[in-house]
Write a protein that binds this ligand. Structure first.
Ligand SMILES: [Zn+2]
Length: 244
């Protein structure tokens, strides 16, 4: 097989692997950001619950104070009842006692409802805090993992780049320029195998005459549709075999 074509195939193979690694590397900062966002969202929700709990406790203290005051009023009225001689005044005071009692009952009911809510909220906060610990650990582990992966990818990319440079040197400058030009214009792929007369990248048929010439493998050919360098897929297999 033509030596230059063999180098182009190898260069393309490296190029494609390089692109996969690079995409992985690019995805890492985004993944980190997502992790961070999830974590922050959870802590934010927990903080809101804690604020609601605080407010609820303040409200509870107000209710308790109000009930104490009403109870004081009630005992004052009850003492007065013992002192009143006038029947009309007595009846009026009795009505006041009843109304204060009703008010106390209402406040107590409200307080009870509030306390039930606060208790449930307190449980939610407790389990939220537990979950937060787990999430924090997970978040930090994943973050470390991703950072490690990023530095590994960086090393791999460097190694690939070195290999790429080495192979590039073996390719005639004009051919290499064309390779890079096609690669940039055609989604990072400049070399395509042809199987059964079909370009395996753009999936168009190549003329039968070209396919025959391709099998003879005497000169470079390009796909008439996508312009990529083409080779008979069987040669590609041979070159894969040769590497093993
Ligand atoms: Zn093509």
């Amino acid at each position: 097989m033509q030596e230059q074509l063999r180098q182009l195939i190898e260069l393309q193979r490296l190029e494609s692997e390089f692109q996969v690694l690079e995409r992985e590397k690019i995805a890492i900062p985004r993944k980190l950001k997502e992790l961070e966002k999830d974590y922050e969202q959870f802590t934010g929700q927990l903080t809101i619950k804690k604020q609601i709990f605080e407010e609820g406790n303040k409200e509870k203290r107000v209710f308790e104070q109000e009930i104490r005051e009403l109870e004081n009023q009630l005992s004052r009225r009850k003492r007065r009842l013992l002192e009143i001689k006038n029947n009309r005044e007595y009846q009026a005071c009795l009505r006041e006692v009843d109304s204060i009692k009703r008010e106390i009952k209402e406040k107590e009911d409200q307080l009870l409802e509030l306390m039930t809510n606060l208790e449930a909220l307190s449980e939610e906060i407790k389990s939220g805090e537990k979950e937060l610990e787990t999430r924090k650990e997970e978040y930090e582990n994943k973050k470390k993992e991703l950072e490690k992966k990023a530095s590994e990818l960086e090393k791999k990319l460097k190694a690939f780049d070195n290999k790429r440079k080495k192979i590039s040197k073996k390719i005639e400058p004009g051919l290499l320029r064309k390779f890079n030009f096609i690669k940039d214009k055609r989604n990072g792929i400049a070399v395509a195998p042809v199987d059964n007369g079909v370009c395996q990248v753009c999936h168009m048929n190549i003329p039968p005459q070209t396919f025959i010439e391709l099998q003879k493998n005497e000169r470079m050919h390009n796909c008439p549709n996508c312009q990529r360098f083409i080779y008979w897929s069987r040669f590609g297999l041979e070159s894969e075999e040769a590497k093993k």
